[in-house]
Design a protein around this ligand. Structure first.
Ligand code: PLP
Length: 383
């Protein structure tokens, strides 16, 4: 079975990890701060905080923006569940915004309408989390304009999108958001095994997430509130977590980071071969807008009929031929956990149409030309 996604590990990745095992601290050493610094340099953010997953990164981001019980957080209907769960961890109520069928990102027209309605009813969200689906940036300029107008904070879930660009700048620079989050899970663009990272330009947010990553403990003399202290004193000020990344992981991440642009270039090459090779009228190919460079975490085709009969048929056909396809994703509100908690029935028409038609086909740097040819020929042979 050709998988839909796969990590790419080189001998220098292996050497970098072995070097840590033989010579350095396994965790809480110098490599994590260095990894953070290198990512911040790459994406042009003031700060970066590495954590053990993007899910943890999203959780700490919500906490840092003050999300708590009684708050409302909006997310796009189509994403991995972690995008919504992070708000639920904080006790917030999650609500969903429909997507656009052009780029599968949050629909800014529907967002504008929903903000206007919610403003009238006095139920605006505290935070909106947007997702750069498949690696293509949302329309961040418009999202920031709308959110500034209504006083809503923005988290970018860029789990798919490290190495991608919006208006010629790397995603993660937080020009149009408060916080941006990356994932380093093995199916994503670069990997640390498990891992995630938070970028921001706010010193205050950076301080908060860094503290919460490690139990809420402070170690700076200027922060201490206990006056009677011995040497080696530390204090816990908030209820934090152990969400730390290890030095082993940071070493792998640093080595992978050197390959980032190559990986993205290779993924774009694969995408363009699909763009040119897939000719079956039953299939709609994805579109990347001119102002975007997608990191192409996923190559999502859509079956051309709105009911899911054709979609099921295509998926079954491809799986039978050894092509590992997947569906990213079912609308989050359809999951049992959210069904049981939502006050109103949720049905978003583009999200539903998308779900009835999406198919992620194989894309990863190590995909062989012969494998890609098989994928293309198989898709073109669907009758
Ligand atoms: C993968 C993913 C996450 C979670 O990432 P982890 O690092 O596995 O916690 C969150 N959001 C989206 C959109 C993802 O694809």
């Amino acid at each position: 079975m050709i998988p839909y996604g796969k990590h790419q590990i080189s001998s220098s990745d292996i050497d970098a990890v072995v070097d840590i095992l033989q010579n350095k601290f396994l965790t809480q050493g110098a490599l994590v701060p260095y990894f953070e610094q290198q990512i911040a340099l790459k994406v042009n953010s003031k700060f970066a905080t590495a954590v053990n997953s993007a899910t943890s990164a999203l959780h700490l981001s919500c906490m840092a923006l003050g999300v708590t019980e009684g708050d409302l957080v909006w997310v796009p209907a189509i994403s991995f569940v972690a995008t919504a769960n992070c708000a639920a961890y904080c006790g917030a109520t999650v609500d969903f915004v429909d997507i656009s069928l052009q780029d599968f990102n949050i629909c800014t027209k529907k967002l504008a309408q929903k903000l206007e309605d919610s403003h009238k009813n006095n139920i605006l969200p505290k935070v909106i989390i947007v997702v750069h689906m498949a690696g293509q940036s949302c329309d961040m300029k418009q999202i920031k304009y709308l959110c500034d107008f209504y006083g809503v904070k923005i988290i970018e879930d860029a789990s798919h999108a490290i190495g991608g660009k919006y208006k010629s700048k790397y995603i993660g620079g937080c020009l149009y958001s408060d916080i941006c989050v990356f994932s380093f899970h093995p199916v994503k663009i670069i990997t640390t095994g498990e891992g995630g990272l938070i970028t921001t330009n706010s010193a205050q947010i950076h301080e908060k997430v860094s503290k919460l990553r490690s139990h809420g403990i402070v170690r700076n003399e200027r922060d201490f509130v206990i006056t009677e202290r011995s040497i080696l004193h530390y204090e816990q000020h908030d209820l934090g977590y152990n969400y730390r990344l290890t030095d082993l992981q940071a070493a792998l991440g640093l080595s992978q980071l050197e390959q980032l642009d190559n990986f993205v270039q290779r993924r774009n090459k694969i995408a363009s071969i699909y763009d040119n090779g897939i000719k079956n009228q039953k299939v709609i190919k994805p579109v990347v807008f001119n102002h975007n460079l997608s990191s192409f975490h996923l190559y999502i085709i859509r079956t051309s009929e709105s009911n899911k009969t054709l979609n099921n048929k295509v998926i079954k056909y491809l799986l039978d031929k050894g092509i590992g396809v997947n569906k990213h994703y079912m609308p989050i509100y359809r999951h049992k956990y959210y069904q049981e908690r939502m006050k109103q029935h949720c049905y978003l028409e583009n999200a539903e149409a998308y779900y009835n038609s999406c198919v992620s086909i194989p894309i990863f740097p190590g995909l062989l030309d012969s494998e890609q040819t098989l994928v293309i020929d198989t898709i073109n042979s669907i009758a």
